[in-house]
Design a protein. Sequence first.
Length: 137
Amino acid sequence: MKSVNNYYMKEKEVNIANSKKIAGLIGPTLIVLSITEAMNLHIWATNIASVIYLNGTLLFVAGLSIVRVHNIWRGWPMIITITGWVILFGGLFRMFAPEAKQASENTYTYVMFIFLFLIGFFLTYKSYYEKEGNANS
């Protein structure tokens, strides 16, 4: 029985290590994207369908990659899995409806940018600044 417990403890450590690596990519990316998109929101006013479709394809591949390698539904790593699914479905939407109206400049849009920034900040903190002993919470 002790070897089974050791196996699960090691698997949990590997999962946390992988979560921290993925969070180290997603966190800073969300921070930079939220800031730069808020600064350049006007560029989405002219909707070029082929660019939106390409953006959707890249989002879909990124989301699918995250979901395929990270399917953890417990603790803080669950945020990575949920982010992967949101990116995947956002990419699909942009691929199936590239001519749909993009986000306009309003309070809701800026609240979403702040929300993305905070998720990015949290994932960056978990990845780069939290000590190993506290990684499970």
